[in-house]
Ligand binder design. Structure first.
Ligand SMILES: C[S@@+](CC[C@H](N)C(=O)[O-])C[C@H]1O[C@@H](n2cnc3c(N)ncnc32)[C@H](O)[C@@H]1O
Length: 444
C-alpha cells in the first residue's frame, strides 16, 4: 500500500475552508476524508475540456505529483508542466492496480479519472483495493451532470444505466413510458445497439439524443428516434438520452413482481402471476441480496427478484437444458442479463454456489436431500420459500413447518371464464407455500 511522505500527512490546505458563522464569527470547517488515516493517492477527475476545465486544487495536485497514472487520452490532456512520471494503465486494469500502487509507494501519486471518479469510475476500484481512507478524491462534473445540464433534465428524475462492459439488455429494466433515461455508452457502436434494443422492446418511438464530447471543444448532439436511427457511428465518448415512449400494443411491464404471464417464454413450467407476486412478497428481496431459484422452470422468480433492485442477483438452477436456455432468453428479454443459470440437478448442482440470502424451491422438492441442502446453505436470518402442488411435497413441507415454524399457506386462484353464455370460475391447482426465516441453530 502507498504511504504518503511524512511532511505531507497534515491537512491539505484545500480541505480547510473559512465560512461565515451565523453569529458573525469566522469558523474553520473540516471536510469529510481529512479525518481519515492519511490519503496516499489523489484521484483527480478531468473532463473533455482538459486542463482548462480543472479547478485550482486539481491543477495543484497534478503539478506537484511525482507519478501521474491514467489512460493515454487523459494523460495527453495535461501540459508539460505536469512533470511527474507518466504511467498508462495496463489492461486488464483491475489486476494491475495493487502492483502499480506498490511500485510507487512513498511517492506523490495522482490518478486521473474521467469526470466524477466515484461515479462508475476508477475511484471505486481504488477504494475497493486500497481502502477508501487512502484516497483523496477531487471530483469533476460527471457526464450525467453535463448531459442533464444540456437537456434541462433534473438529475434525480433521470434513470442512469451503464452499458460499459455490460450487455445492452440491461437497459430494458428501466424502460417505462414517459421516463427519461441516460445510457453511459461503451463506445461509438452503443447508440445503434440502444436503438435496436428499443425497437425490439416496443419502444421504437422513443426520442434518442447522443451527446458527444460533453464539455469539450468537439461537443455535439445527434437527434432522432430509435425507429429511424441511422446516424453513422460517431465519437466513442458519448452518453445517450432516451425519452421513453412505449409503442401502441407493446406489453406494459410494471416495476413490482407479478408481471403478466405473457411476458415469459414458457413451456407451461411457470409460476403464474398471482402466485408469483405472493412468492416474491414472501422472499422479500432487498438491495444486494442473492437468491437461489431452485427448479428454475422459466426463471420468473429469479428474474423478478433481480428486477426488484439493480444490485439484487440470483442463480437459477434447472435440470432441463432446454428450459435452462429459455431462462437465459427470458432474463435477457426482461432486462436482467446478469442472471446466472446453472444447468444441473439439485441438490448436486448447488455445490459450490455462493451463500444465498434467500432460497426459492419451485421444483424438485421430493429429490432426496434437496430441501435439507437448501436449508443448510442458508445463513441465520436467511429466508426459504417453497411452493408445491403435489400432496407428496405438501407432506414434506408440513413436516418441516412443524419443526421450524414459519407460514404454511394455501394459495387458490380462480379465473372468470365463459360458461356457455354466462361466466364462471375456473380454479387453478392450489399451491401450498411454506415460507420461513431461519433462526439460530436448530434441530432438523
Ligand atoms: C414448476 S417449475 C418452476 C417454475 C418457475 N418458478 C417459473 O416460474 O418459471 C419446476 C421446475 O423445476 C425443475 N426441477 C425439478 N427437479 C429439479 C432438480 N432436482 N434440480 C433442478 N431442477 C429441477 C423442473 O425441470 C421444472 O422446470
Amino acid at each position: 500500500m502507498l504511504r504518503k511522505p511524512a511532511g505531507e500527512r497534515g491537512l491539505p490546505m484545500e480541505c480547510l475552508t473559512s465560512t461565515a458563522h451565523p453569529n458573525g464569527s469566522d469558523q474553520q470547517v473540516e471536510f469529510g476524508h481529512v479525518n481519515a488515516a492519511s490519503p496516499t493517492v489523489t484521484v483527480v477527475g478531468i473532463g473533455a475540456d482538459g486542463w482548462a476545465g480543472l479547478p485550482a486544487a486539481s491543477r495543484d495536485a497534478l503539478l506537484r505529483a511525482e507519478v501521474l497514472i491514467g489512460g493515454a487520452r487523459q494523460l495527453d490532456l495535461l501540459p508539460a508542466d505536469c512533470a511527474g512520471e507518466r504511467v498508462t494503465w495496463p489492461t486488464p486494469l483491475r489486476a494491475a492496480v495493487p502492483g502499480l500502487l506498490a511500485a510507487h509507494a512513498g511517492r506523490r501519486v495522482c490518478v486521473l479519472a474521467s469526470g466524477d471518479p466515484m461515479f462508475y469510475g476508477i475511484g471505486r476500484t481504488l477504494g475497493e483495493i486500497a481502502g477508501p481512507d487512502t484516497l483523496r478524491v477531487l471530483p469533476h462534473p460527471s457526464s450525467v451532470s453535463y448531459a442533464c445540464a444540456r437537456l434541462g433534465w433534473p438529475v434525480e428524475e433521470t434513470d442512469v444505466v451503464t452499458l460499459v462492459g455490460r450487455p445492452a439488455a440491461g437497459l430494458t429494466r428501466v424502460l417505462h413510458d414517459g421516463r427519461r433515461v441516460l445510457v453511459l455508452s461503451a463506445g461509438a457502436a452503443t447508440p445503434a445497439a440502444v436503438a435496436a434494443l428499443l425497437r425490439e422492446q416496443g419502444y421504437g418511438s422513443s426520442r434518442m439524443r447522443v451527446l458527444e464530447q460533453l464539455g469539450g471543444e468537439r461537443e455535439r448532439q445527434l437527434d432522432g428516434t430509435a425507429d429511424t436511427w441511422e446516424h453513422p457511428a460517431g465519437d466513442p465518448l458519448n452518453v445517450i438520452a432516451v425519452d421513453c415512449v412505449r409503442d401502441l400494443g407493446a406489453l406494459r411491464l410494471g416495476t413490482v413482481p407479478g408481471l403478466p404471464d405473457e411476458a415469459y417464454e414458457s413451456d407451461g413450467q411457470l409460476t403464474k402471476r398471482y402466485v408469483r407476486a405472493a412468492t416474491l412478497a414472501a422472499l422479500a428481496p432487498a438491495p444486494g441480496e442473492l437468491l437461489w431459484d431452485v427448479g428454475g422452470g422459466s426463471g420468473s422468480i429469479a428474474i423478478e427478484w433481480m428486477r426488484a433492485h439493480p444490485s439484487c442477483h440470483a442463480v437459477s438452477v434447472e435440470r432441463d437444458a432446454v428450459r435452462a436456455e429459455r431462462i437465459g432468453r427470458n432474463a435477457q428479454a426482461l432486462g436482467v442479463p446478469g442472471l446466472r443459470v446453472v444447468t444441473g440437478r439439485a441438490p448436486a448442482a448447488l455445490a459450490g454456489l455462493p451463500v444465498p440470502d434467500a432460497v426459492f424451491i419451485g421444483g424438485g422438492l421430493t429429490a432426496p436431500g434437496l430441501l435439507a441442502a437448501c436449508w443448510d446453505a442458508l445463513p441465520t436470518g436467511g429466508r426459504l420459500v417453497a411452493n408445491t402442488v403435489t400432496l407428496e411435497s405438501e407432506a414434506l413441507l408440513t413436516e418441516w413447518y412443524r419443526r421450524h415454524g414459519g407460514d404454511l399457506v394455501r394459495l387458490a386462484v380462480a379465473h372468470a371464464v365463459p360458461v356457455g353464455g354466462f361466466t364462471g370460475w375456473r380454479q387453478a391447482m392450489p399451491v401450498t407455500q411454506w415460507a420461513v426465516t431461519k433462526a439460530g441453530e436448530e434441530e432438523r
